[in-house]
Write a protein that binds this ligand. Structure first.
Ligand SMILES: Cc1cc2nc3c(=O)[nH]c(=O)nc-3n(C[C@H](O)[C@H](O)[C@H](O)COP(=O)(O)O)c2cc1C
Length: 307
């Protein structure tokens, strides 16, 4: 059963403003949701559960008086996340409709969140992880494909979406390199219900990223993106400029630790879609631009010269 049919009337695009450590805060999320785009943020961007409570209260108020896409907190479900249970309780108290899990098995949170009427999407970096999370009863899978910003997998997005669609009839969110309306439409054509857009939202006025980081994105192309496990211990797409300037020893692959991730909030990460970032926009402007491109791409489909 795919929950997208329920969500679709509140969306103006099949899009999620992806959760990003040190980037996604209440202003970005509120602006995304007001524009009909699911707004996600990692709960650890709020310093503690009291701040998380304050952020969710603020978002409730901000979004109360008009149509809005759902707010989707992102929970790192790795065993080293000491505040996981407190964050789940806070999310349940706020009647949140959708949660996205990352870095680990969603099993510990599926039951309590489902009992509270909350949908659960889990991000997955391999086919094996996708099957395990599907078996755990999640409502959606976020496919972390090659070239996505942040921690990601190595699978080609074309092959990945098609492979998961063959056994999973829940919601599929494609993540990786979606930076404009044409790539968003391509994700839909592949069989994804939604796509993540992360990198493009870093260079928005509402993001928590520093001016230097936003400028670095404008200056960079996909050739400046390196896959490295130096932050958090899992492969992540990082800007070469930041990586080269950083004086840090390598971290053993697979040695993820939640506090190391949170302690590195200033990491300059970007996906291959960084080539499309050419200026700092407001979230309103970015969504308007993507919507126009999406409509144009749909219109162009009928006039393709071949096929
Ligand atoms: C700076 C940065 C921080 C990120 N932090 C998180 C995070 O805390 N939790 C998470 O689930 N994904 C995180 N991601 C991954 C994004 O949610 C998403 O998968 C990715 O940005 C999508 O690819 P794109 O950047 O090509 O659009 C991060 C990505 C970036 C660029």
């Amino acid at each position: 059963m795919n929950c997208i049919d329920e969500l679709a009337p509140r969306l103006t695009l099949p899009l999620v403003a992806a959760p990003m450590t040190g980037v996604s805060g209440p202003d970005l999320v509120a602006a995304a949701c007001r524009n009909g785009v699911i707004g996600s943020f990692p709960t650890h961007n709020a310093g503690d559960v009291r701040e998380l409570d304050a952020w969710l209260t603020h978002l409730d108020t901000e979004l109360a008086d008009g149509p809005a896409a759902p707010v989707a907190p992102n929970l790192v479900v790795h065993r080293t996340n000491a505040r996981l249970q407190d964050d789940v309780a806070c999310i349940v108290d706020h009647g949140i409709e959708l949660v996205i899990t990352s870095v680990g098995s969603p099993v510990p949170v599926v039951e309590p969140l489902h009992a509270a009427g909350c949908r659960v999407f889990a991000d997955v970096a391999t086919l094996a992880q996708a099957r395990k999370s599907a078996d755990a009863g999640v409502d959606g899978l976020v496919l972390l494909a090659a070239g996505a910003g942040g921690q990601t997998g190595a699978a080609n997005p074309f092959a990945y979406v098609r492979a998961v669609r063959s056994f999973f009839d829940g919601a599929i969110v494609m993540a990786g390199g979606v930076s404009d309306g044409a790539s968003l439409l391509a994700a839909r054509v592949l069989g994804a219900d939604l796509a993540y857009m992360g990198t493009s939202f870093i260079a928005t006025e509402e993001s928590l990223a520093s001016p230097g980081y936003k400028q670095a994105l404008i200056d960079a192309t996909m050739d400046d993106v390196r896959l490295s496990d130096q932050v958090g211990g899992l492969p992540a797409s990082l800007l070469a400029q930041w990586l080269d300037e950083r004086d840090a020893g390598p971290v053993a692959s697979g040695d993820f630790q939640q506090d190391r991730l949170v302690g590195n909030q200033i990491m300059w990460s970007a996906g291959h879609g960084v080539t499309a970032v050419d200026e700092v926009l407001s979230v309103d402007e970015l969504v308007r631009r993507v919507r126009k491109q999406y409509d144009e791409a749909r219109g162009n489909l009928g006039s393709l010269a071949v096929g």
